[in-house]
Design a protein around this ligand. Structure first.
Ligand SMILES: [Zn+2]
Length: 508
């Protein structure tokens, strides 16, 4: 390891406490997509205190921002990004290995997006000090993934030019190992679209023949799609919720909406699924004498990650290695896995994965709108071991470890890799050149970026405003108070690891 990288490890370790505080604070805000107001206020104020210049409300996203810090002139611009939003109804006490919400019914970090900015900020502050000390020119640009759980933020940031002067994007995402990949990883891209049908209301008993039910159209669209899906590639993924099913049974629903995700593995196939959905929506409108409109809420390009970056990251991953887990942490992780009936109940990762070439036919799965960024700038995602392996995802159990020593150790490991790789990118022009060459001559040789949002589309920033307003007063009582308590677990009076349920008290 170079002397500079060794220093970065020392600088990261010196900020382990700050990483824990950021991780726990964002966990405690428990904010839903587009409503990350407390989170963004906290993070941007922290970055301003550290000398970063912050631009708020970027790309039509009230909770979006970009924070920059520059040393010298003419150096490269390295962007560090990570998501910040939570999951509906996933509220859960950290460090408790069974279902026990802090605020029942409220949102929570049931994916672990509370940890990524802790990784990036700790890494950025370590690198900033080394840039000053060693006179390394360059700009650090920090940014959040807003509304990633709706895959509805990053395409707007790309469209509005947030990455136009950026040389490299290092993206971090919570995981259960320390790993990276190049090429097209497992997963899909998608279009997220809400169809709204308009009919005519009438008294459901008195004059039903005068009504035209928008809800009937929604149900017929869903029936049509569910039959058609048998005749689509098994790699496609599609799902819907009825976002408006009418008001009350005795009023024929004049308006109803259904919200679809259409996922596939390349741009043309996503568009094909979207076209079929549109056709079915129009057919359902015809059958019911209603009309239909649609609104794009989010999009994600299929991801493609940069090979030279991945190789540079992997060298740093090998140098850093996985955190040393205690026997208590392993026992706790296995208990959580047992409680959610995980396929594998082997505890926390103890072996690094290899950097493998991408599969010729990648497996299907979820999407991330970092895909849009990856077709704009050479980009890589680094996953760090802040969570327990083999949990369901988008679930309360995924929040359990996210404000415990497991997450805190994972954040430090991730920050070391990001700090070391940022130094590589700042100081190694050959690496930057190789990354650009791969981006131009391999990745985009036969396929270029096809954005699915149009200049007229706007971020759906009103989504979740009512739900968040409902929960915020109660959640505020549990905001992390790092000035008074060493950790959030201490604040909540939770002993870690908790392995046994307290005996039921007897009595009346
Ligand atoms: Zn995520």
């Amino acid at each position: 390891m170079s002397e500079l990288k060794a220093q970065s490890v020392v600088e990261v370790e010196a900020r382990a406490k700050l990483g824990q505080e950021i991780n726990d604070s964002v966990f405690s805000f428990s904010e839903l997509p587009f409503q990350e107001y407390e989170t963004s206020k906290y993070l941007t104020e922290l970055l301003e205190r550290e000398g970063f210049t912050v631009d708020r409300g970027i790309a039509g996203l009230p909770t979006g921002w970009v924070a920059r810090w520059t040393h010298g002139s003419g150096g490269p611009v390295i962007a560090l990004g990570s998501d910040i939003d939570g999951i509906p109804k996933a509220n859960q006490k950290p460090g408790i290995p069974w279902r026990e919400p802090l605020v029942a019914g409220a949102p929570g970090h049931g994916e672990g997006h509370n940890s990524g900015q802790a990784v990036n900020i700790v890494a950025a502050l370590a690198v900033r000090d080394l840039m000053k000390r060693n006179n390394i020119a360059g700009t650090l640009l920090l940014w959040p993934g807003v509304a990633e759980e709706l895959v509805a933020g990053k395409a707007f940031m790309v469209r509005d030019g947030v990455f136009k002067d950026v040389d490299a994007v290092l993206f971090t995402h919570v995981g259960s190992n320390l790993e990276t990949a190049w090429g097209q990883p497992m997963g899909t891209g998608l279009v997220s679209v809400e169809y709204t049908f308009n009919g005519e209301s009438a008294h459901s008993a008195g004059a039903p023949w005068r009504g035209r039910s928008a809800l009937d159209a929604v149900e017929l669209m869903n029936a049509g799609w569910n039959m058609r899906r048998e005749h689509l590639r098994p790699e496609q993924r599609s799902h819907y919720v009825i976002s408006d099913g009418g008001d009350q049974p005795n009023v024929v629903p004049s308006v109803a909406s259904v919200w679809y995700f259409f996922r596939e593995q390349d741009f043309a196939k996503i568009q094909n699924s979207f076209d079929i959905g549109n056709t079915i929506s129009e057919a359902a409108a015809k059958m019911t004498g209603t009309t239909v409109t649609r609104r794009i809420i989010g999009t994600a390009a299929p991801r493609h990650f940069n090979r030279p970056f991945a190789e540079a990251v992997y060298a740093n991953i090998k140098a850093v290695g996985l955190p040393k887990w205690t026997a208590d942490e392993q026992a706790f992780a296995k208990l959580v896995q047992k409680n959610v009936q995980a396929d594998k109940q082997e505890g926390l990762a103890v072996e690094l994965k290899k950097l493998e070439p991408p599969l010729e036919e990648p497996k299907s799965g979820g999407s991330d709108d970092i895909g849009d960024v990856s077709w704009t700038v050479p980009t890589i995602t680094v996953r760090y071991p802040a969570n327990i392996p083999d949990l369901p995802g988008h679930n309360w159990s995924d929040a359990i470890a996210m404000a415990t020593p497991i997450a805190h150790k994972g954040v430090v490991a991730g920050a070391k890799v990001i700090a070391m790789t940022t130094l590589d990118l700042l100081t190694d022009a050959k690496l930057r050149g190789a990354a650009k060459d791969y981006f131009r001559n391999v990745q985009t040789k036969t396929q270029t970026y096809l954005p699915m949002i149009t200049p007229a589309d706007k971020p759906a920033i009103e989504i979740n405003a009512d739900v968040m307003a409902r929960w915020k007063p109660e959640l505020s009582r549990y905001h992390s108070d790092a000035a008074r308590y060493p950790t959030y677990l201490d604040q909540l009076g939770i002993q870690f690891p908790t392995l046994n349920k307290p005996a039921e008290s007897g009595g009346n």
